[in-house]
Design a protein around this ligand. Structure first.
Ligand code: FAD
Length: 317
């Protein structure tokens, strides 16, 4: 049963934290609606398809430290949209965004809606999108965008929460998605996942993850270190790709140029300083916020924060 006075709930952002909050509130009887600026659910649990190649170009895997997330992963595995990748690591199946997409399936979700302003007041909030659409009224609005964006969005409607969100700090991450002809890089790759390198923090071959295409091109995801990412953050994507490729090519031992090389800029990638509270909620206004930035820079923190916010809204927190 929804809490008295809170029935219609808007959730902004369809990453894991927002979708978990929406799912838990929907189960409790709230009329939820998710608004997402991009084309689908997943957030940083992301899969990019380009030129016939698919890459997990955001989160690489997830782990469970707590019982709640372990139980959630078990449910995902039993429903076939996650699986183990090694001893204690898990990935979405067939791609990293699969669990979030599956959870969002069946929940009202409007994509291509970039929240610009929260208008109205307690009991009758409306959302105005950059694209021009207006939605509402809602009894509660929960924002799960990265903390700097959440702080801006909440500045007028809930200044205290905005100030709290503004405390979180992130490292950016520049990511390079590469595809090579099968024989143009050693098989298996002769470089560790985490090479000790000033520019490169992580190298993974997508085809070595379970349930991914193994035949054909060798698809490789490269994450730059925070230092490299900060230094090159504002460069054009082609310049980022060129600089990262120059850094990683000697590590990979490639014998020819890649057939595909695209960079992605994650401006708010990895939480370095979280807020230190599981979620933010102002009961008088009916405004709340969640996200990994509340707790830590990992998938489990996004789950824990989304769940904590749903419980708090329901008066169970
Ligand atoms: C390169 C990279 C590698 C990573 N590797 C790992 C890893 O190996 N293991 C791990 O556990 N974690 C990893 N992470 C972190 C992990 O991806 C995040 O902790 C988690 O996915 C965050 O979920 P979230 O719901 O808090 O935020 P997000 O997934 O960022 O979701 C926020 C959503 O809000 C939407 N949004 C933003 N602004 C608006 C707006 N104005 N209107 C509407 N919608 C909006 C966004 O489009 C997005 O969909 C990695 C992250 C990156 C970027």
């Amino acid at each position: 049963m929804a809490v008295e006075g809170i029935e219609r709930v808007a959730i902004v952002g369809a990453g894991l934290s927002g979708v978990i909050a929406a799912r838990d509130l929907a189960v409790a009887g709230c009329a939820v609606h998710i608004f997402e600026k991009s084309r689908g659910a997943g957030g940083r649990m992301a899969t990019r398809r380009a030129e016939g190649f698919a890459f997990d170009h955001g989160a690489q895997y997830f782990k469970a430290h707590g019982a709640d997330f372990a139980a959630e992963i078990a449910a995902w595995r039993s429903r076939g949209f996650a699986t183990s990748w090694g001893e204690d690591r898990f990935v979405g199946l067939p791609a990293m965004n699969a669990p979030v997409k599956a959870l969002a399936d069946g929940l009202p979700l409007t994509t291509g809606f970039t929240l610009a302003r929260i208008e109205g007041g307690p009991g009758a909030w409306t959302l105005r999108a950059e694209e021009g659409a207006v939605a509402g009224p809602f009894d509660a609005v929960l924002v799960s965008a990265p903390a700097p964006q959440t702080a801006t969005l909440l500045a007028a409607a809930a200044p205290d929460l905005a100030q709290a969100a503004g405390r979180a700090r992130y490292a950016p991450c520049l990511t390079l998605m590469l595809a090579f002809e099968p024989d143009d890089v050693p098989s298996p790759l002769a470089v560790p996942e985490r090479p000790e390198h000033a520019a490169i923090a992580w190298i993974a071959e997508d085809g070595t993850k379970p349930g991914r295409l193994r035949e054909g091109a060798r698809r490789i995801v490269v994450n730059a270190t925070p230092e490299f990412s900060r230094a090159h953050l504002e460069e054009a994507p082609d310049a980022i790709a060129e600089a990262l490729l120059a850094a990683v090519a000697p590590l990979l031992g490639a014998t020819a140029a890649p057939v595909h090389a695209k960079a992605h800029r994650w401006r708010y990638a990895l939480v370095e300083e979280p807020v230190g509270q599981a979620c933010l909620w102002d009961p008088a206004r009916g405004i709340g916020a969640c996200g990994d930035w509340c707790l830590a820079g990992r998938v489990e923190a996004a789950f824990d924060s989304g769940r904590a916010l749903a419980r708090t809204v329901l008066g169970e927190g």
